[in-house]
Design a protein around this ligand. Structure first.
Ligand code: UD1
Ligand code: CA
Length: 453
């Protein structure tokens, strides 16, 4: 049985990605808030591989570092001579491995663990299974040539195909499963005798057939295997990702006022019964409890929000924000590394950075935590039940005791004791009747000036 044999995964990611026209390596472009390569590694990891090898190009230290961070080994292909050559470069890292090898291309961000599992299962009774699909427009894809029994005979690249072969709709999506020993043999036989002068991995199918071995194609859902080669294709993959994410969150009981205007990341977690208004963006690392209200036009990233909280409209919650139960964050409020405990409120026009706000504290409109002195960041601590008046500047590091009150307009540079009132502004003075006298004087001057003209 194929499923019970040990599995190794090779992801080919060394291509230049020139069609992306971007300094960022193609496989690090994001889809659903994570690099394309990360999506593939995650889908493949669900199959429990013993080894995962990512083939990277010579100037792709960033890709190698990303692979290492995900627990994969990197093999360098220098310089890239095609997908077959890329697979050859992974062989040293496969040394001593016996079992099945799953080879994937690094530019298919929508692959699912389910599709990969079905591909591995499709190999039963054959020597090689290939991930195929039937795109609406087969355009540049390799065409799969089948025999009368439905067996896979060969893959012909579009550039090498005859008119008759180009008419075939079933195409290569870029995924192969075969025995490690057979893979080593077949890769050893590749030649670069084709239109692009490259070593094609697709030619291993011909090699298997030459040995009288059976190869099969698994026709996967086209959305799952969408390849990204250009910015337009990245955006198209993103659109499919978002459509899937919206459907999945709604199926889990999340209320989306206008689904098409809400954008998710792959790791966005939202509890049932939470309501999300129009035009909300979830960057990576967001987890929202059940029964939260997020009003329109909010941007959240690296944040957790507890039950009963109300966010927005027009709020920006940045990384490290921990929003407690029943907290209110209102319009034009920005938080960063801010912990707000149960029932705290910051309803208007406020910046809360590097701060902890105790339960039930009220942060008035226009309050700013001055957390940066131009060199270092400093923390502000606001105790439970404190009342911070409007337009207060809290110059960190500073502590406001529990239950303390800060008068509006204060610039607070020293700690304030619990239950004290702190006021930092000049005393108000008043001149009785001054405004009326001033009005009369200036009105007379203006009238005199008008007469002269
Ligand atoms: C390839 C397939 C084609 C298939 C299509 C599916 C071959 C010869 N062609 O074409 O049949 O329909 O994918 O999307 O395999 N890579 C390397 N080293 C290289 C070249 C490529 O690691 O020297 C990697 C790329 O980073 C990429 C993947 O292999 O992740 C596929 O390469 P790409 O150039 O995109 O192949 P296609 O022309 O799309
Ligand atoms: Ca491709």
């Amino acid at each position: 049985m194929t499923e019970t044999r040990p599995l190794a995964v090779i992801v080919l990611a060394a291509g230049q990605g020139t069609r992306m026209k971007s300094p960022l390596p193609k496989v690090l472009h994001p889809v659903g808030g994570r690099p394309i390569l990360g999506a593939i590694l995650e889908a493949a990891s669900a199959l429990g591989p013993q080894r995962t090898i990512v083939v990277v190009g010579p100037r792709q230290a960033e890709v190698a570092a990303f692979a290492a961070a995900k627990g994969a080994a990197a093999a360098v292909q220098d310089p890239p001579h095609g997908t077959g050559h890329a697979a050859q470069c992974a062989l040293p890292a496969l040394e001593g491995f016996a079992g099945e090898v799953l080879i994937l291309y690094g530019d298919t961000p929508l692959l699912t663990a389910e599709t990969l599992t079905r591909l591995v299962a499709a190999k039963a009774g054959a020597a090689l299974a290939l991930l195929g699909f039937t795109p609406d427009d087969p355009g540049p894809y390799g065409r799969l040539i089948l025999d009368a029994d439905g067996g896979l005979v060969k893959i012909v690249e579009a550039k090498d195909a005859s008119a008759e072969e180009r008419a075939v709709r079933l195409c290569n999506a870029g995924g192969f499963v075969l025995d490690a020993g057979l893979l080593r043999e077949l890769l050893g036989e590749l030649t670069a005798d084709n239109a692009q002068g490259e070593y094609y991995l697709t030619d291993i199918v011909t090699g298997a057939r030459r040995r009288g071995l059976k190869a099969v194609a698994f026709d996967a859902p086209a959305d799952d295997v969408m390849g990204v080669n250009s910015q337009q294709e990245r955006a198209a993959a993103e659109a499919v990702f978002q459509a899937r994410a919206r459907a999945a969150h709604m199926a889990a009981g999340v209320m989306l006022a206008d689904p098409a205007t809400v954008y998710f990341s792959a790791d966005t977690a939202i509890g049932p019964g939470t309501a999300i208004g129009q035009n909300v963006v979830f960057g990576p690392g967001v987890s929202i409890a059940a029964g939260v209200t997020i009003k329109p036009f909010c941007h959240l990233e690296g944040v957790s929000v507890a039950a009963g909280a109300t966010i927005g409209p027009f709020a920006r919650l940045r990384p490290g924000s921990v929003i407690g139960e029943d907290v209110h964050i209102g319009n034009f409020v920005e938080t960063k590394a801010a912990t707000l405990e149960k029932g705290a409120k910051a309803n208007h026009l406020t910046y809360l950075g590097d701060v902890s706000v105790g339960a039930g504290a009220n942060i008035g409109a226009g309050t700013i935590t001055c957390n940066y002195d131009g060199f270092f960041k400093h923390r502000t601590e606001i105790g439970a039940g404190a009342f911070v008046g409007s337009n207060t500047a809290l110059v960190a590091p500073v502590r406001i005791g529990a239950g303390a009150s800060i008068g509006a307009g204060s610039t607070i540079t020293k700690d304030v004791a619990a239950d004290a009132l702190a006021l930092e502004r000049s005393a108000q003075s008043e001149k009785p009747g001054w405004a009326a006298r001033f009005r009369a004087l200036m009105g007379a001057r203006k009238a005199a000036a008008a007469k002269k003209d």
